[in-house]
Design a protein around this ligand. Structure first.
Ligand code: PMP
Length: 434
């Protein structure tokens, strides 16, 4: 027997005032009625597709099983499939693509369709993360974020004037001890946080992956302290560690007595295309309904065409080739990591400290300087010396000074990695007066 899903009313106290006030779109809510056989619909203001000029799209792609080979895969999008891609579609996403995601989540996370969760497709994961945040958080509320934290979510919380409560991280990912201490010493006078935000694999910016033990403890604490977990996981498929990949929160939740505390965000940006703008959120229906209502008033839906293109490619591959493709991609980034780390050893040994990432595309290193401020060095001296990286301060909720720096190695070839580290080493050595 799988664990039972939490009931719909469980989520009511988690929803923001804005989410509760938002009404379903009066038109979109009626769309399902159009499926009645024989019905003549005068309902939707859809443009007549006969006026659309595109008649077919041919997709040509490398084969996942032979990515360096000359053979290319070709598939054509035309007829009914193209018509669907060119027209307005359901707010949550194209049904065929959503079905594909159900199959994927079962394969990767052991979560079966129909067991208390569903899927919504977004314009990148950022889109659905933002909609989730605005559906869950009221202005001024406390939110738990791992620290350092993905800088792309900070403006969401800052615009709501949230009290951002930092949960420490280390080389094993988010610290469950830090989370426990924070929650157990929470002042009685202050409303407790409802949400924890974390990036569990190849974290942006630290590159670290949370161990299974940490994940289990975090889930247990979420249950004890009534939290929802926002599992932002765009680097899941970029795991290249030597050990087997630890299960996601979405998967581990199945070990709990009930499921429904995890809202999981996936992204196709790092594995298919970032310009395609496709991500998806998997989680309990009441939360996804709130996200959909946001979409219905903002963009109406995620582009039907990009969903059609993504689905055509993925469906042609099937799940096995998809997994093969993600393994190829992660092996690519592992090689990039090794090249960059070798360059760091050559030029930065003794000047900076780092932990080796096992997923993703970032090194997070500490400058071994007398003061704790990487910003002036990175923004001025390093830049003048021809190398640009991100000062760690941008990943800290309060923007305090830090000795850390984030270096993205995803785009560099061997010579560039070598030269970037040499230039950085020159600057650090100059500042140290060595
Ligand atoms: N979350 C994290 C941690 C990221 O690093 C990124 C991309 N920089 C995103 C979300 C947004 O990704 P997407 O392209 O799917 O919107």
């Amino acid at each position: 027997m799988p664990p039972l899903p939490l009931p719909p009313h469980f989520y009511t106290p988690f929803l923001s005032v804005l989410a509760k006030e938002r009404k379903p779109s009066p038109i979109r809510g009626l769309y399902p009625l159009e499926a009645k056989p024989g019905l003549i619909s005068l309902l939707a203001g859809k443009p007549n597709a006969g006026t659309f000029p595109l008649t077919s799209i041919t997709l040509t792609s490398r084969s996942p099983t032979d990515p360096d080979g000359a053979a290319q895969l070709t598939t054509e999008i035309s007829g009914q499939e193209l018509a669907q891609g060119l027209q307005y579609g359901p707010t949550a996403g194209l049904p065929s693509f959503i079905e594909w995601v159900y199959g994927l989540q079962e394969k990767m996370h052991g979560r079966k369709k129909g067991e208390g969760w569903r899927v919504t497709i977004g314009g990148g994961s950022q889109d659905v993360i933002y909609k989730a945040v605005s559906s869950l958080i009221n202005p001024g509320e406390s939110v738990l974020v791992e620290s350092p934290v993905y800088a792309g979510v900070l403006p969401m919380f800052q615009a709501l004037h949230c009290d951002l409560v930092e949960v420490e991280t280390d080389s094993n990912g988010i610290s469950s001890d830090s989370l426990r201490k924070t929650l157990e010493s929470w002042p009685a006078s202050k409303a407790k946080p409802k949400v924890l935000y974390t990036v569990p694999y190849g974290c942006n910016p630290t590159g670290m992956t949370a161990t299974i033990e940490r994940r289990r403890e975090v889930l247990q604490l979420a249950r004890e302290h009534n939290l929802l977990i926002l599992e932002d996981d765009p680097y899941y498929y970029l795991y290249y560690g030597d050990l087997p990949r630890p299960p996601s929160y979405f998967a581990l939740e199945l070990e709990q007595p009930e499921v429904g505390r995890v809202l999981r965000f996936d992204s196709l940006s790092k594995i298919l295309s970032s310009g395609l703008r496709i991500g998806f959120v998997s989680g309990p229906d009441p939360l996804l309904q709130a996200i959909d209502m946001h979409t219905a008033v903002s963009s109406l839906q995620t582009s039907s065409l990009t969903q059609t293109i993504a689905f055509a490619l993925l469906n042609q591959w099937g799940y096995d080739d998809f997994v093969t493709h993600t393994q190829n991609v992660s092996a690519f980034y592992r090689a990039k990591r090794d090249v960059f780390e070798a360059a760091m050893r050559n030029h930065l040994e003794g000047l900076v400290e780092w932990d080796r990432p096992h997923a993703g595309m970032f090194f997070w290193f500490k400058l071994l300087l007398d003061d704790d401020d990487s910003e002036s060095l990175v923004r001025t001296r390093a830049y003048e010396n021809g190398v640009l990286a991100l000062p760690g301060t941008v990943f800290l909720p309060d923007g305090r000074k830090t000795a850390y720096v984030r270096a993205a190695f995803s785009l560099l070839d061997g010579d560039q990695a070598e030269e970037a580290c040499r230039r950085l080493g020159e600057v650090v050595r100059g500042v140290k007066g060595a």
